[in-house]
Ligand binder design. Structure first.
Ligand SMILES: CC(C)(COP(=O)(O)OP(=O)(O)OC[C@H]1O[C@@H](n2cnc3c(N)ncnc32)[C@H](O)[C@@H]1OP(=O)(O)O)[C@@H](O)C(=O)NCCC(=O)NCCS
Length: 375
């Protein structure tokens, strides 16, 4: 925090990790961490989750829910940009296949930027053209990487499917059933935006230098990858693999607590109560478990949650509730996604939020440049 006194910058209290620091104003979303409320553009997440991803993406970029004509126009633009060309597929093929899909996605966005005629044009119109391509192609890139990695040819998108359903189709070659399609779409909506989280802040910092949109998105991708942020979903999936039954879950959590280790998918910098997305995810995980006729995984997850609440919330009075990454990790396992895809699936949803924030940053820019106290 800086106070300017007669032209002399004085550094005052330092908030480690910028906790609770208000760095800027935004119209894109708001969080009430005490009450567990999340709104995108003033619409509650519990309402938005019933729309399509295309509608929510339009809302984030344009500020309002689209009418039917606006939605048809926006959706068809996205669908027309889903396909990726052979050059990009060749670039994906050069990736080392032991990496996470996230790393391939970053390489692919960099490749896309080289081929974009608008690359260094940061006008609103050019940014919207780039936004459509980025949002539309993220699922195709991730699915293509996954298929090539597992020895299959990439598939062309199916224009009759929603954003989420088409992603699942491009991964496996099979159209998802109604519930799976619905769950994937809702996951992308729940992931699309979350105020000034670390990756969004990174994207805005890059945009504030008047660097181009692709560069800002790559900053977001790089920041999302860490296990304290989007990488937590992969960590949750790996954790679920380590617990073989709900009976083992309690001891597993107790061991982590005794060893002062964090339980992945729990805790949040802003929410001091249940993350509102977590409740929706939990409900979806239960429905998937019932639909598949196998609740083993769901029961393990619920036992992990119960133990964390009992040990950390009730006994130690710490606000460590499941965050959005916990039950989404459960859902990804029911959908058959590989853990190394998890963070990139997060990015498929979040790219709309990053872009909305970059547009807001470009529209009223001031270089983001805080100070550090020399010691
Ligand atoms: C999200 C997160 C990074 C927020 O971190 P933060 O605001 O910096 O909070 P801290 O890491 O300082 O944790 C504060 C306290 O809660 C504890 N805590 C926080 N998250 C915890 C978790 N998941 N499991 C166990 N304890 C946890 C810390 O050990 C610390 O305890 P202490 O005060 O006794 O030292 C943190 O909760 C975390 O690492 N969670 C696991 C990773 C995760 O799920 N990330 C996705 C976030 S959406």
């Amino acid at each position: 925090m800086i106070i300017i006194t007669k032209g002399v910058a004085q550094l005052t209290e330092i908030k480690k990790g910028l906790q609770d620091v208000i760095a800027l104003e935004t119209r894109i979303s708001c969080i009430d961490g005490e009450k567990g409320i999340l709104k995108y553009r003033n619409f509650d997440i519990n309402e938005l989750v019933n729309l399509s991803y295309d509608s929510v993406s339009y809302l984030l970029l344009n500020g309002d829910i689209p009418n039917n004509t606006e939605l048809d126009d926006f959706s068809s633009k996205l669908k027309n940009e889903r396909e990726i060309n052979e050059n990009l597929i060749q670039t994906i093929k050069t990736c080392n296949f032991n990496i996470e899909a996230m790393d391939a996605l970053r390489t692919a966005v960099s490749h896309m930027s080289h081929c974009d005629l608008d690359l260094n044009d940061i006008s609103h119109d050019a940014n919207i053209r780039k936004a459509i391509k980025l949002i539309a192609r993220f699922p195709t890139i991730v699915a293509s990487f996954s298929r090539i990695k597992t020895g299959y040819n990439p598939l062309s998108p199916d224009y009759n499917l929603s954003h989420g359903a088409n992603f699942l189709y491009m991964l496996s070659g099979e159209k998802p059933d109604e519930l799976e399609a619905k769950v994937m779409e809702k996951d992308l909506i729940l992931t699309a935006e979350h105020e000034l989280n670390a990756s969004t802040f990174s994207s805005r910092v890059t945009a504030s230098t008047l660097s181009d949109l692709h560069s800002a998105i790559i900053s977001g991708l790089d920041t999302l990858k860490g296990p304290l942020h989007g990488g937590a979903r992969m960590a949750v999936m790996n954790m679920l693999d380590e617990v073989s039954s709900s009976n083992d879950a309690e001891q597993y959590v107790m061991d982590l607590i005794q060893n002062n280790q964090k339980i992945m998918g729990f805790g949040h910098r802003v929410y001091k109560t249940y993350d509102p997305r977590s409740n929706i995810y939990k409900d979806l995980a239960k429905k998937l478990a019932e639909n598949k006729g196998d609740s083993t995984l769901y029961n393990i997850a619920e036992r992990i949650e119960d133990t964390v609440i009992q040990e950390l919330v009730e006994k130690q009075n710490k606000p460590i509730y499941p965050n959005a990454d916990f039950y989404s990790g459960v859902i990804y396992k029911y959908l058959g996604l590989h853990p190394k895809l998890a963070t990139s699936v997060f990015a498929i949803g979040r790219v709309s939020g990053w872009i909305a924030h970059c547009l807001e940053q470009y529209s009223d820019n001031r270089l983001i440049r805080p100070r550090a106290r020399s010691i």
